[in-house]
Write a protein that binds this ligand. Structure first.
Ligand code: ACO
Length: 433
């Protein structure tokens, strides 16, 4: 990572010059190392939203938003989506390389063995109103996991961190499915060890104790792909939240819960649910023009959900893959004439041809399509973000683990540009206007 190049910073008031070292990664822009800036110059940098700031170094995921490239541990997302399943991707994110057959078998065994949750955890669900949003339940229940696994929560021990990762990957589908079953008043379904990871999730989510449930393999593959595409995305808002929470030494379940809370927002993981809500609101192709005009109006807060991305200023590679899956699923289910799907395709066409969206480089993002796929799978839109959280848990835990093992890791503590009142004295209440 070391690079002898330096950038000179000259303070215009004092004319003092400072050398700031440049660091190079294996891919992507070089960074200016400003760690000693304040100490040397008494200055902070200002970057709300971290648009130009690398908050850490990481060897997990690489994104080139201009070129539309996404790599997990160096492997292109297109190849992973075509050739691997979600558990192989989990192994890759955790261990830095793809598993061989034996390693994958071991991961399947461990995640299968840990898929049940402690029976007392079911009590936490009962504390929620039955119409609670699944993400509210997720924040509570995943946070509660911290109270169950004192046996392996020493974050300095790699073996403890590994077992935390396995527990999270294994239990997330069970926890998410239980959120849904609770909301519709159906009994919780126990995981079935004979089923694969995604099949088992679909069984727990959509099956019932009264009937046999046989997931359709095309739909299993589609959901598996959604999980792969959402597994990690470098230092996005929720992952940065997990890292920030973890930087204080908090336990991994608490950190992942912080990530879930962040993911809930409509500008992040809530987008696929928001896409469906928006399509319902538009209602009909004849109304698209009106909504496009609203999206372009600076005085109207309305935005086209599922369009635009902080990093991708080119077509999101995940959106391309999800679009393909979307068509496969709709063909399998004979849903091409579905009202909302037709509306979505027309919206996509118009937005891609519209000057506003072209010049601002606002392309459909992965969540524009994943919402449509999940709906076709029979999954209600309120569950979409919880499924995203299930997929992203591996990214969160891999990034958290990388941070804890990083010798340069420090507690995250940003500074600020203060714009409040300067120091003043408290006056007696009777004299205050
Ligand atoms: N519809 C209409 N206009 C938009 C949209 C949109 N979806 N997205 C951005 N713009 C406009 C903004 O108004 C802004 O215009 P201006 O330059 O005239 O002020 C310009 O494009 C840039 O937008 P910013 O908000 O500054 O871009 P930023 O990178 O901060 O935001 C974000 C990215 C939050 C994703 C934004 O595009 C958005 O709100 N999209 C809709 C929500 C969504 O789909 N989120 C999912 C993200 S993907 C994920 O989390 C997996």
């Amino acid at each position: 990572m070391d690079n002898p190049t330096v950038i000179k910073l000259i303070n215009p008031e004092t004319q003092l010059a400072f050398d700031l070292p440049m660091l190079s990664g294996t891919l992507g822009p070089d960074v200016i190392d400003i760690r000693a800036l304040y100490q040397q110059t008494g200055l902070f940098t200002y970057d709300p939203g971290f648009t130009s700031t690398a908050s850490c170094s990481s060897a997990i995921t690489y994104i080139d938003g201009e070129a539309g490239i996404l790599l997990y541990r160096g492997y292109p997302i297109e190849q992973l989506a075509e050739k691997c399943d979600f558990l192989e991707v989990c192994y890759l994110l955790m261990h830095a390389d793809l598993p061989n057959a034996k390693e994958l078998k071991n991961l399947i065994k461990s995640t299968t063995e840990h898929s049940m949750v402690h029976d007392q955890l079911t009590n936490f669900y009962k504390g929620f109103r039955r119409d609670a949003h699944p993400m509210a339940i997720m924040v509570g229940v995943v946070g509660a996991l911290s109270a169950f696994y004192h046996d392996a929560i020493d974050i300095k021990r790699p073996d403890h961190r590994y077992i935390c990762a396995i527990r999270l990957i294994a239990k997330m589908p069970t926890i998410v499915a239980m959120c849904y079953k609770y909301s519709i008043g159906m009994p919780f379904m126990y995981p079935q060890n004979k089923l694969g990871y995604v099949e088992n999730f679909m069984y727990m989510l959509l099956g019932s104790p009264c009937e046999t449930y046989q997931p359709n393999p095309v739909l299993v593959r589609a959901l598996d792909r959604i999980l792969i595409l959402h597994a990690d995305h470098e230092q996005n808002a929720s992952t940065s939240t997990v890292r920030l929470a973890g930087s204080s030494g908090a336990n991994p379940y608490a950190c992942v819960t912080a990530g879930i809370a962040c993911l809930w927002g409509a500008a992040h993981g809530g987008a696929n649910e928001a896409v469906l809500k928006m399509l319902e609101e538009i209602g009909d192709v004849t109304q698209i023009g009106h909504y496009i005009a609203r999206a372009k109006d600076k005085n109207d807060p309305f935005r086209l959900m599922g369009f635009g991305h902080r990093v991708y200023k080119n077509y999101d590679p995940r959106a391309k893959l999800m679009r393909e899956t979307c068509h496969e699923v709709l063909t399998e289910l004979g849903l091409h004439d579905d009202r909302l799907f037709k509306l979505a395709m027309e919206l996509e066409r118009i937005a891609l041809e519209d000057d506003y969206f072209i010049t601002k480089r606002l392309y459909p993002n992965v969540d524009f399509y994943s919402g449509i796929v999940l709906r076709a799978l029979g999954i209600p839109s309120t569950m979409f973000t919880a499924i995203f959280a299930m997929a992203r848990s591996i990214g969160w835990i891999a990034q958290w683990d990388e941070m804890i093992a990083d010798p340069e890791q420090k507690i995250g503590r940003p500074r600020q540009l203060y714009t409040g009142p300067i120091q003043r004295d408290v006056t007696p209440i009777a004299t205050r206007s």
